[in-house]
Design a protein around this ligand. Structure first.
Ligand SMILES: Cc1cc2nc3c(=O)[nH]c(=O)nc-3n(C[C@H](O)[C@H](O)[C@H](O)COP(=O)(O)OP(=O)(O)OC[C@H]3O[C@@H](n4cnc5c(N)ncnc54)[C@H](O)[C@@H]3O)c2cc1C
Length: 338
């Protein structure tokens, strides 16, 4: 357990941005969290934010309250059927270590979500997704501390209201729930998802005809390492914006004007590739003070050196305005701005 006042968060956000918080509380067991919350939740000035790995947040100012940081560890198989393995991981587990552990324990499904930074707790808040998979396909149940009642509660997959990088924890339960653990329902039999062209290319290049889940994990890690900036070298929050979803009428008008537009079908709507929209505005590599648009991945805003949170925020607004001007489409940040 760690309790510090006036604490720097620079090491706790992948942008590497300096911001301080009034109090920083890191806990290793759920009981430490319960004691802390019991003591402070009725304080008139109790204001908190749960910070996992800080890989999807942008601090634009100091946080005038308590940062609650789960460092709880533990993962175990809790139940098995003929076809499924139910595994539970504590909120503070590192997501990618959990994925690796699942594959080693012959529990399959998460391999396409390999190498996403962050914690298990946040995987349910964010409904993380990549390479044709989303956490919601596998989340069985979320256990959390409800701040209002002080009770431990359980939320089924359906009740989590998962959407594209969305869940109930970002809306109805925002600021009210601290996730303690997540149960994932994984397959005993591999169900290989090689729908992405990059994955297929890796398999062909490496002469892998019948890939195992471990091969898919290797493929994803290799692709991501080549495409995305390593957070240890370049500060970022991954994709800064969501891919905007537009209706068929808007899409058809855009397609007429920009026949090359990159998109994915999203039910009766269309999801536009935000990176392509930004790139078409000529913004790859564009720098604003200490922040820049990544030179290869336009969807990623980076800390180009000593960026402040406001440098990144202003850059994001410049990008939004340019895309709105050219395409009439509003980009929404995926990163959480504090
Ligand atoms: C290089 C890079 C690549 C990325 N690639 C992807 C990708 O492919 N797909 C993808 O979906 N995301 C991606 N991301 C974004 C990020 O990795 C995910 O959003 C991740 O789930 C964030 O985890 P975290 O622990 O860092 O959460 P944080 O950034 O610390 O927090 C995110 C949100 O979750 C809340 N939260 C965290 N833990 C808890 C808890 N225990 N209880 C309640 N609320 C909690 C926070 O309050 C906040 O609202 C990428 C980020 C980077 C830097």
């Amino acid at each position: 357990m760690k309790l510090e006042n006036d604490y720097s968060l620079q090491e706790h956000n992948t942008f590497g941005i300096e911001a301080r918080c009034k109090t920083f509380f890191e806990y290793d067991t759920d009981e430490e969290l319960f004691d802390f919350v019991r003591l402070h939740k009725d304080d008139s000035d109790f204001n908190f934010f749960v910070l996992g790995g800080g890989s999807n947040v942008l601090f634009t100012k100091d946080f005038d309250g308590t940062i609650i940081h789960p460092a709880t560890k533990g993962k175990k198989i809790i139940y098995e059927t003929t076809d499924y393995i139910f595994v539970e991981a504590q909120a503070g587990e590192i997501w990618d270590e959990f994925v690796d552990w699942c594959i080693a324990n012959k529990a399959y499904g998460l391999e396409n979500l390999s190498y996403i930074p962050g914690t298990v707790g946040a995987s349910a808040v964010q409904n993380i997704g990549a390479y044709g998979a989303e956490a919601r396909q596998f989340i069985h149940r979320v256990k959390f501390l409800h701040l209002d009642s002080g009770d431990i509660q359980y939320m089924s997959n359906e009740a989590c209201c998962f959407g594209y990088r969305e869940s109930i924890f970002k809306h109805l339960l925002k600021g009210k729930a601290i996730i303690l653990s997540v149960v994932y329902k994984l397959g005993k039999h591999a169900n290989i998802n090689r729908s992405y062209a990059d994955v297929e290319k890796y398999l062909t290049d490496n002469n892998i005809a019948n890939p195992s889940p471990a091969d898919i994990r290797d493929a994803i890690i290799d692709i991501r390492r080549k495409k995305l900036p390593e957070v240890t070298e370049t500060g970022s929050a991954g994709s800064f914006f969501k891919n905007p979803v537009v209706d068929a009428e808007t899409f058809n008008k855009l397609k007429e004007k920009f026949p090359e537009i990159k998109y994915f079908a999203a039910g009766s709507n269309f999801k536009l590739a935000a990176g392509w929209l930004i790139d078409q505005c000529g913004l790859k590599g564009f720098q604003h003070n200490g922040a820049a648009v990544h030179k290869n991945q336009a969807l990623i805003l980076i800390n180009a050196g000593n960026a402040t949170g406001n440098d990144v925020l202003e850059l994001s607004q410049i990008v939004q305005n340019k895309v709105l001007e050219k395409f009439g489409v509003k980009l929404e940040p995926e990163a959480i701005i504090i």
